[in-house]
Write a protein of this length. Structure first.
Ligand code: PHE
Length: 527
């Protein structure tokens, strides 16, 4: 309808100087009318039926407060009207004034009325200045003018002031000058949007008008994948490890045997962490495959009878306990596999090639290039970030599964100071500068340290990780030489992620209550 109106008007006058002169159907508001005109013009433009220039206008409208003042007068006029003239009544105190004209008018109006010299102080109260027996409420008059014309004759300074007082807002408008285009006609043929097989067969494609491509159109947003906040933080942590020279460990086996999750780490078979209440056991298949027999023997012996300078636990060894399958409770199970693999050379196994993936340093050689006293050990720095499972009561901060971030370093002559140093660097790269270490207990490390970081938002020290030097009872049965030290530390991925994103309920991060939109919109993190 509007397109037809534009074409007909153009046909009659060959040009539309100002589209505000068009009588746009169903649009009483002029801004809306011009918006509709723009839509119609663009559609005609795409068919080359018209050309147009656009012009900007600014008009002004009243805010609700402005409209109230236009109706009832300005705050200052209301104050003035409420006061007695000097010498003709009892001055009105500020408290009384508030009752008379309301809090807001009393507050704003007093200052303005003083400025205009309409009122004066007398004693504790206020009065009209006697010379002023009538006032002109310019604010009200100006606002009334804006209300009816959208503009103010007296000019920009007053307008700027009214805008600052939030009584008036500026509205941008547009209008257009329209000319005929190369394909001008008064009849609108609906352009074809597709070239069809039928058109080709019948030959109608020769005369059909096609809709022009709009290369400026924004495409439909693609529903691409988005990284979950946890994965973004994982990426950052991975970068920290990689730039510190660590290699990533394989962590794909969620199901482990109790042997690799606990026994190989010298966790006693009676340890409470192995209880059903803490660990998810697998019933099918009922048992794990047996580990390599001689290593298995060394591990069971150190538990039962001791060795390597240890008295052991002196408790009966259960083969059944060791072969249970479970969902790993910590990624240290994977680290243990890797350490066992790292020690293969020390055990005299032939693993050429394999170890180069994750170890550091060359073989010690003599001047003639022969092997010299090679005990097979190569230092290694390893890390992993993956999922672990614990049979926990779930609440706002605990789920039955979460992610652990773990670093392990193996070398000769490492000390506790190296471990502390590594962790200071690591946490400072995460943006955590203030760390403290507290002696702790782990069955597989000695000494063990809990790591605390100062949380500026909570204004307190919070536990952020656990660490320690792996025990000889764990390392020596693997075949590591006595002078090899291995230290490690672990933290959860969830906690730093929740802190980063200001999330305080884990269920907003993981599980069925997570909004996909929030995942898609979550910003990248940068430590
Ligand atoms: N496995 C420990 C945990 O579950 C973390 C840790 C890793 C501790 C390595 C010491 C050495 O919290």
């Amino acid at each position: 309808q509007l397109q037809q109106l534009i074409l007909d008007t153009l046909d009659k006058h060959s040009k539309i100087e100002d589209t505000r002169s068009l009588d746009v159907p169903d649009k009483s508001d002029s801004l809306e009318a011009q918006l509709a005109v723009l839509g119609a013009l663009n559609s005609l433009l795409s068919r080359d039926m018209v050309k147009y220039d656009s012009h900007e206008t600014f008009s002004y409208v009243l805010t609700p407060e402005g409209a109230q003042i236009a109706k009832e007068g300005s705050h200052e006029a209301r104050v003035w009207a409420a006061l007695p003239a000097k010498g003709q009544g009892i001055p009105v105190t500020p408290v009384q004034l508030k009752k008379l004209v309301g809090d807001e008018s009393a507050q704003v109006g007093q200052g303005n009325a003083f400025k205009r010299k309409w009122i004066a102080k007398e004693g504790d109260g206020l009065v009209k200045i006697s010379q002023v027996d009538s006032i002109t409420d310019t604010t009200q008059l100006d606002l009334q003018q804006i209300q009816s014309t959208g503009d103010l004759k007296s000019g920009d300074k007053v307008l700027a002031d009214l805008r600052k007082r939030k009584l008036v807002i500026q509205k941008k408008g547009q209008w257009f000058t329209v000319h005929k285009g190369p394909s001008f006609s008064t009849s609108i043929a609906k352009p074809e949007t597709d070239l069809t097989a039928d058109m080709l067969v019948s030959g109608t494609w020769k005369t059909a008008t096609f809709k022009k491509y709009n290369f400026e159109a924004e495409g439909i947003p693609t529903a691409g994948g988005a990284l979950h906040p946890l994965l973004k933080v994982r990426e950052e942590l991975r970068d920290i490890f990689l730039e510190m020279g660590f290699a990533e460990m394989p962590t794909s086996s969620f199901v482990e045997s109790a042997f690799w999750c606990f026994d190989a780490l010298f966790v006693p078979q009676q340890h409470p962490a192995r209880d059903l209440q803490d660990t998810f056991y697998i019933s099918d298949p009922p048992k794990s495959l047996p580990p390599e027999p001689s290593y298995y023997k060394r591990v069971s012996t150190v538990h039962e009878h001791g060795g390597y300078g240890s008295t052991g636990y002196r408790a009966p060894w259960s083969h059944e306990e060791s072969s249970k399958l479970l969902l790993r409770t910590h990624t240290t199970a994977s680290s243990t596999h890797m350490l066992y693999k790292l020690a293969a050379k020390c055990r005299g196994e032939d693993v050429e090639g394999d170890e180069k993936e994750f170890t550091h340093g060359a073989k010690p050689t003599t001047k003639h290039g022969e092997k010299k006293d090679d005990d097979g050990f190569r230092p290694a720095k390893l890390f992993s970030i993956d999922r672990v499972f614990r049979n926990e009561t779930m609440d706002a901060t605990h789920l039955a599964e979460f992610h652990q971030v773990e670093g392990v370093v193996a070398d000769k002559g490492l000390t506790l100071a190296d471990l502390i140093g590594f962790m200071r660097v690591f946490f400072s790269k995460m943006g955590i500068e203030q760390v403290r270490f507290k002696p702790a207990y782990n069955p597989y490390t000695e000494p063990s340290l809990e790591i605390f970081a100062f949380h500026p938002m909570l204004n307190k020290w919070v536990e952020v990780g656990n660490s320690g030097m792996f025990r000889p009872e764990m390392l020596e049965p693997m075949g590591f030489p006595k002078d090899v030290r291995v230290h490690g530390w672990g933290l959860s991925l969830e906690r730093p992620t929740m802190i980063r994103y200001g999330i305080n309920n884990i269920r907003t991060l993981l599980g069925h209550k997570v909004s996909i939109e929030s995942v898609e919109n979550s910003p990248a993190v940068m430590f």
